[in-house]
Ligand binder design. Structure first.
Ligand code: HEM
Ligand code: HEM
Length: 231
């Protein structure tokens, strides 16, 4: 086993941007009252997470080997064999996602659009309980993700978390990708920064509205009760 390049730069940038935006949704949701203007940043962070997910869907088709959708292991037979051998000697070595990380990653990818949809529709109807329930499910998924990383680190005595920073993982020498794709990463950063700039540029804190770049209409951030409270 050697240290080989597994995660390209675009994937790592996506990962930390997603982790940051999801972290921010929780901090602003639990840190501020719904009537507080700062709470609107909860919704802006959620919209940014949704855009990052769109970017990730594209990377799943055009990205390097381990980021591609066909490199997620979701067959029940793979999962069964993986979880059966969890405390023993692993039957198969996975250089990219293993069946455990594949399941948790896809669970997160499924929950985020549902959260954004129930979040946006809350502005005019009550899907509050569903939204709060989905948020707990996402927090559990993130908890499982971190617990899985800690478990792997202890079992393999290999700091797997560093792989999402450096891109390098302990794996068979011929399993690595050939390039970290720095130019694709640059394009990705420009695309994300432009979209976020346009989103924040259209944000009206007083009216509690924002326009999602690329989509028609405006989104109301909450029930716009701030004016009444201030007057
Ligand atoms: C809110 C916080 C986080 C979220 C939402 C999150 C989400 C994800 C997702 C979606 C993936 C799959 C990557 C992909 O295929 O695009 C992933 C993989 C990964 N994450 Fe996180 N992550 C979070 C925090 C962290 C932290 C704090 C660490 C390190 C300490 C970390 C380390 C990793 C690693 C090493 C992988 C690759 C796992 C593998 O080998 O399959 N993540 N994460
Ligand atoms: C990944 C994205 C998101 C996550 C993880 C998330 C998470 C949460 C959490 C944890 C709460 C607090 C629930 C409680 O009080 O028990 C909350 C509340 C809320 N969220 Fe989100 N949210 C997301 C996206 C959005 C979006 C995009 C919007 C609207 C554009 C939104 C609108 C709201 C509103 C209006 C509330 C207050 C009502 C309530 O307590 O349920 N959220 N969200």
């Amino acid at each position: 086993m050697h240290k080989v390049l597994i995660w390209d730069l675009p994937t790592r940038i996506f990962h930390w941007a997603l982790a940051g935006s999801i972290g921010a949704t929780f901090v602003f949701a639990y840190g501020f009252d719904e009537d507080d203007r700062m709470f609107q940043w909860h919704m802006l962070a959620g919209l940014i997470a949704a855009f990052l997910l769109v970017v990730r869907v594209v990377l799943g088709f055009v990205g390097t080997r381990y980021v591609q959708w066909r490199h997620f292991f979701l067959r029940p037979a793979d999962s069964l064999s993986y979880f059966r051998n969890l405390f023993g000697r692993p039957a198969t070595y996975y250089a990219g996602h293993n069946p455990g990380t594949s399941l948790v990653a896809l669970l997160m990818f499924a929950l985020i659009p549902l959260l954004v949809f129930t979040g946006i529709t809350q502005a005019w109807e009550s899907s509050e309980d569903l939204h709060a329930g989905l948020a707990i499910a996402l927090a559990v998924a993130v908890g499982l993700h971190l617990a899985g990383l800690a478990f792997y680190t202890m079992r393999q005595r290999d700091n797997i978390s560093a792989a999402m920073v450096t891109g390098y993982k302990t794996a068979p020498i011929n399993s690595g990708i050939t390039s970290a794709r720095p130019w694709t990463a640059l394009v990705l950063v420009v695309v994300i920064a432009t979209w976020v700039y346009a989103l924040l540029g259209s944000y009206d804190a007083r009216q509690a509205t924002v326009k999602i770049p690329g989509l028609p209409g405006v989104v109301h951030l909450g029930e716009n009760e701030q004016e009444e409270h201030r007057d």
